[in-house]
Design a binder for this molecule. Structure first.
Ligand code: ADP
Ligand code: ADP
Length: 230
């Protein structure tokens, strides 16, 4: 499902170049639950942004669900991002003037789904993350954990094959982090492939596989033993 071959990413700022990824090879199959770990600045977010089709690679190949993503136009890439990938960010990235329901409906606007159907599916996604009683609240009326649950509902509302998350618990307390990990495990149990960046070893223990990145290379790739299941 996710197949990365000899992936390089070079950032260019004026005439300064920085090589953030140095020939990464990675295969992630359907239904896996993977944590990407490593020190700050090692290239985790860069890798995640490329896997999530938010950014482009400089060299190499990225095949997502049998499509060579490296060859797509910007429009085609945006379409894949919306239809096949759900992305969750550390800072939630909700629109402050919209309530929870409206935030969750957003990805469906671009997918051309009727207003009635959008509302129905948004309610269903919010119920799945346990927020049926907060649908009409705006982000500033929600706790951090609740905001992240709205963001997860938005990410899964179009039934993506992959859910990607960059430090999803980075701004949350222990209890809220636990709630988020419970939801990720449920989604993974239901068949969604989950890829998550985290620098917290406790959080990685909820996943099935740890890929360790350092200085733009994968230095370790192993199964999680003594995995925590909720
Ligand atoms: P991590 O997520 O592991 O902290 P990042 O992928 O964010 O690492 O960054 C890896 C390296 O690439 C860092 O040295 C960072 O400064 C650099 N970098 C990230 N984004 C850019 C960018 N847009 N332009 C230039 N350098 C960048
Ligand atoms: P994280 O480690 O969570 O990725 P950062 O603070 O490293 O957070 O990066 C936040 C944003 O800034 C990212 O979108 C990244 O691409 C960008 N960025 C990071 N380093 C640089 C840099 N040296 N030059 C330009 N943009 C950068």
């Amino acid at each position: 499902m996710i197949e990365v071959k000899n992936l390089w990413k070079v950032y260019r700022t004026g005439n300064i170049e920085f090589t953030a990824l140095k020939g990464i090879n990675l295969f992630i199959g359907k239904g896996e639950y993977t944590a990407i770990m490593g020190p700050s600045g090692s290239g985790k977010s860069t890798l995640m942004n490329i896997l999530g089709c938010l950014d482009r690679l400089t060299e190499g190949r990225y095949i997502l669900n049998n499509k060579d993503v490296s060859k797509l136009t910007d429009n085609e890439l945006a379409r894949i991002r919306n239809r096949e990938i759900g992305f969750v960010f550390q800072a939630f990235n909700l629109l402050p003037r919209l309530n929870a329901l409206e935030n969750v409906e957003l990805p469906m606007m671009y997918a051309g789904i009727s207003a009635w159907e959008r509302r129905r599916r948004a309610r269903e996604a919010l119920a799945k993350v346990g927020l049926e009683d907060r649908m009409y609240h705006r982000p500033n009326e929600l706790s951090g954990g609740q905001k992240q649950r709205v963001a997860i509902a938005r990410a899964i509302v179009l039934n993506p094959s992959v859910l990607m998350a960059d430090e999803p618990t980075g701004n949350l307390d222990t209890a809220s982090s636990y709630e988020i990990m419970k939801i990720f495990q449920e989604l993974n149990n239901d068949g969604t492939t989950v890829v998550m960046v985290t620098h917290e070893p406790d959080i990685a223990q909820y996943t099935k596989r740890i890929v360790m990145v350092r200085d733009g290379n994968i230095i370790e790739d192993r199964a999680v033993d003594n995995r925590i299941t909720l």
